[in-house]
Design a protein around this ligand. Structure first.
Ligand code: ZN
Length: 325
């Protein structure tokens, strides 16, 4: 299945009353692992590159690797940029073939946030890419800013004036690990949903790691259709790697970094699978008619790999590299 538009995927979520996981990556081996795990449980997913890791993973490599894995997958996949740090960065992600980008102007004044987000929407829509904005600042493990939760009336104005397709809300959610039990303001979420109802805009919840299944289900019932996950996946991957090295103290094989990476990936996909079950996206791989409106190939990225020549059994170069092992 080729990539699908993020908004088509979210429309299916809203219709089916479930949410899709938006899973952050920080390495190029992760998109394929996440997609393969999603296939096992027949769940759609959004593979996400956060803006802060661009110095490690460039957008075009990420889009190429993820699109290739999506092409071979039996579940709907979309590619998203989370927390785009500037308009210029969002534009590069759009041109690299992402199906949605987030411009994060939440630290700016209300008017500046609207102005920049509107520009991101204009550029994104020109290229068929959905755009997410954020209103109200999220907390983090280091800063408690629960006073900056999203105001429903301002959310209505923000969505109307920017034309965003997806809105990230602050309702007590936080990036990183929570300091205690998270307290989500569901009444506020319901008010935001009502306020933006006249507009074609979907709601997303950032800071998903650490929120209970019960609270996820309540949030989904109030209209959340996309949940961002990262911290808990990394934490499980790290725990796996530490345990594996403790169990293999004398390991000196040539492939030990591959084995360690495999253990990290197992942790990532274990939490991904758990999320897909909590969000009830598992088993929702049905292709709705509007999902068939697949994203066109972005020619800027060049040919798909492996090339047709490499797939030909008579291709002379086949096996040159792998035959060495
Ligand atoms: Zn976030």
């Amino acid at each position: 299945m080729p990539l699908v538009k993020t908004t088509d995927m979210l429309a299916a979520c809203l219709k089916g009353k479930y949410a899709v996981g938006a899973f952050n990556i920080n390495g190029l081996d992760q998109p394929k692992a996440l997609i393969e795990a999603a296939e096992k449980i027949k769940s759609p997913l959004i593979v996400v590159e956060p803006g802060v890791i661009e110095k490690y993973v460039n957008f075009e490599d990420f889009a190429l690797v993820t699109r290739r894995a999506a092409r071979d997958a039996g579940v709907p996949v979309s590619i998203h940029l989370s927390h785009g740090l500037s308009l210029e960065q969002c534009e590069r992600a759009v041109l690299a073939g992402f199906t949605s980008v987030m411009y994060d102007g939440s630290k700016l004044s209300f008017e500046e946030n609207i102005e920049n987000t509107r520009k991101a929407v204009e550029f994104g829509h020109k290229h068929g890419c959905a755009v997410e904005g954020e209103l109200g600042a999220l907390g983090s493990s280091f800063v408690d800013i629960t006073e900056t939760m999203t105001d429903p009336e301002k959310a209505r104005e923000f969505v109307e004036r920017t034309g965003v397709d997806i809105l990230a809300v602050s309702i007590g959610n936080s990036h990183g690990f929570y300091k205690g039990t998270p307290h989500l303001d569901f009444e506020r979420l319901a008010e935001i949903r009502k306020a933006i109802e006249p507009y074609p805009c979907y709601l997303t919840l950032h800071g998903g790691s650490g929120i209970s299944e019960e609270h996820f289900k309540k949030a989904i019932a109030e209209g959340i259709v996309k949940v961002c996950i990262y911290t808990e996946m990394c934490s499980e991957g790290r725990a796996n790697a530490i345990r594996w090295y403790a169990e293999h103290p004398d390991y000196t094989g040539n492939y030990d970094t591959c084995d360690m990476t495999a253990e990290i990936l197992k942790g990532f996909v274990a939490y991904e699978t758990k999320c897909a079950e909590m969000f009830e996206s598992a088993g929702r791989d049905e292709v709705l008619p509007d999902l068939l409106n697949a994203v066109p190939v972005n020619d800027r990225l060049g040919p798909e790999y492996p090339s047709a020549a490499a797939l030909n059994p008579d291709f002379k170069g086949k096996g040159i590299y792998w035959d060495k092992f």
